[in-house]
Every structure is written in structure tokens, then in C-alpha cells.
Write a protein that binds this ligand. Structure first.
Ligand SMILES: NC(=O)c1ccc[n+]([C@@H]2O[C@H](COP(=O)([O-])OP(=O)(O)OC[C@H]3O[C@@H](n4cnc5c(N)ncnc54)[C@H](OP(=O)(O)O)[C@@H]3O)[C@@H](O)[C@H]2O)c1
Length: 236
């Protein structure tokens, strides 16, 4: 797509449920997806699983995270918060200038033995703002995809969920809007500055609590905005 998806989409930490679900949806939409992992074989196995689901026509491959960064300038980060900073520091030399990093990390307290329905305080304000501090100069960060259920992403049905995108960079936001709109059922909504990711990330903890309480796969829909606020298809 003009705002991102004709290039490969590299998903760093793409072997977990969130990354696999996004990879599946984007590969199904005809995008070229690189699944990144700390372990090349794990990445290859994950790519194979996706090809098994959608057929050999799928353009999906698995590579080590740094190779994924070297091969693409659209990076989606789907790792647990406890690994986010270390991984970004390791990958810094491999991330290309001009890349866009879309961060889906949520600082769940579960990562340090607490509850999954609670978040940790992050000094920078949010996991996405921490990512923005750690990427090389010339790399733009957007925050998105936190509120999509990985369970549903890995299924076949359209999702009943909106994706709010926060960024201080218009191009990064455009790429995130376009990627979100590739997922059936999803509407992308401009959520404003990257600092708003603090609230966005906390919604995930609330959704996890709702899932535990009601045994479901909760998502969010934003109502009451003018039609132009809802992006359901790639704009030229
Ligand atoms: N699950 C959901 O429904 C969901 C929805 C929205 C957002 N999120 C957020 O998205 C992120 C990923 O979620 P997930 O459930 O897919 O997580 P996950 O399964 O725990 O981790 C995803 C991948 O990250 C890599 N990883 C794990 N620990 C790491 C570390 N210390 N350093 C570097 N890489 C590490 C692993 O890949 P390798 O071992 O192959 O490197 C793992 O397969 C989290 O921040 C989560 O809060 C999750």
C-alpha cells in the first residue's frame, strides 16, 4: 500500500499469539510478512504454521529479529514488556533510519508476578513512549493493536473491535491506520499523540479483567465520532 503495506511488514517477537494473529491477518490480506524471533528456527516454524493455515500462496517467512529489521522499514513490536527495552537496545544497530515502529506492548503486572488485569507504571508514561526513547534517531513510533484479542486474531472471523492509533508522527500513524484497516472488521481511529498510549495500554488490562470475569474475548468500539474518523480502508 502507498502508506506502508506494499513493503514487507516485520513483526518482532512475532512468534507469540499477538504477533502470529497479526501475521495471519496481514498475510491473508496479501501482504508480505516477516515473522521475527530471537531464534531463527522458531520464526521459520511460525511462518510455516501460517502457510499451513492459508496456503502456500501466503508470503510469510521467518527470520531472526535483527534480520527482520534489516529487511524491512515497517516494524511491529509484539513482545512482553519485560523484554521490550532489552530487545530494542539489541536491535538498535539493525533498525534502519526512516523505519516506522508500531508498538503493541502492554506493561502488564503479570510480567513481574502480578495480575494480568493490572499494569505497571512506566517511567516514560507508557510502553510506546519507552520504545520511542530507545529506537535510533530517525525512526518514528506509533502505538496500536493493544486492544485486539490475540485469540480472535488467530481465528477466521472478522473482529468486532476498533484500533486506536497514537503517534507524534503523521507518517507512522498513516502506516498504522492502513495496517489496522487490513484486518476484517477493524476500524482505525486516530487517537492523537503518543502520550495517549498510556491510556490505550491500560484499556488492555481492563479488557483482560473483563475476559476473566465474563469468560470472553472483549474488544472496544468507539461510537459517536463523525464517519471520517473511522478508517476502514487504505486511503490513496
Ligand atoms: N495476547 C494478546 O491478546 C495481546 C493483545 C494485544 C497486545 N498484546 C501485547 O502484545 C505483546 C505480545 O503479546 P503475546 O501474548 O504475543 O506475548 P508472548 O507470547 O509472551 O511473547 C511474544 C513473543 O515475544 C518474544 N519474547 C518473549 N520474551 C521475550 C524477551 N524477554 N525478549 C525478547 N523477546 C521475547 C517471544 O518470541 P521468541 O521467543 O520467538 O523470540 C514470544 O513468542 C505483549 O506486550 C502483550 O501485552 C497482547
Amino acid at each position: 500500500m502507498s502508506d506502508g503495506a506494499s513493503r514487507a511488514i516485520a513483526i518482532l517477537g512475532g512468534t507469540g499469539p499477538a504477533g502470529m494473529g497479526l501475521a495471519l491477518r496481514w498475510a491473508r490480506a496479501g501482504e508480505t510478512v516477516l515473522i521475527g524471533s530471537r531464534d531463527q528456527q522458531r520464526a521459520k516454524d511460525a511462518a510455516e504454521k501460517i502457510r499451513e493455515k492459508i496456503g502456500s500462496r501466503a508470503s510469510v517467512s521467518g527470520v531472526e529479529n535483527s534480520a527482520a529489521c534489516a529487511a524491512s522499514d515497517i516494524l511491529v513490536l509484539t513482545v512482553p514488556f519485560e523484554g521490550q527495552a532489552t530487545l530494542l537496545k539489541q536491535l538498535k544497530p539493525a533498525i534502519r533510519t526512516g523505519s516506522i515502529l508500531i508498538d503493541a506492548t502492554v506493561a502488564l503486572a503479570a510480567g513481574v508476578g502480578g495480575r494480568a488485569s493490572r499494569t505497571l507504571g512506566v517511567w516514560q508514561g507508557s510502553a510506546a513512549q519507552q520504545a520511542a526513547e530507545l529506537v535510533p534517531k530517525g525512526v518514528s513510533v506509533a502505538s496500536a493493536f493493544h486492544n485486539l484479542s490475540a485469540e480472535l486474531l488467530n481465528g477466521d472471523e472478522a473482529l468486532d473491535c476498533d484500533v486506536i492509533v497514537c503517534s507524534d508522527d503523521a507518517s507512522a500513524a498513516q502506516v498504522a491506520f492502513a495496517l489496522a484497516a487490513k484486518i476484517p472488521g477493524v476500524r482505525a481511529i486516530d487517537g492523537g499523540k503518543l502520550e495517549n498510549s498510556r491510556t490505550l495500554e491500560q484499556i488492555t488490562a481492563l479488557l483482560i479483567g473483563l475476559n476473566i470475569r465474563h469468560k470472553g474475548h472483549a474488544g472496544i468500539r468507539i461510537t459517536g465520532l463523525p464517519p471520517a474518523a473511522y478508517r476502514t480502508a487504505v486511503k490513496p
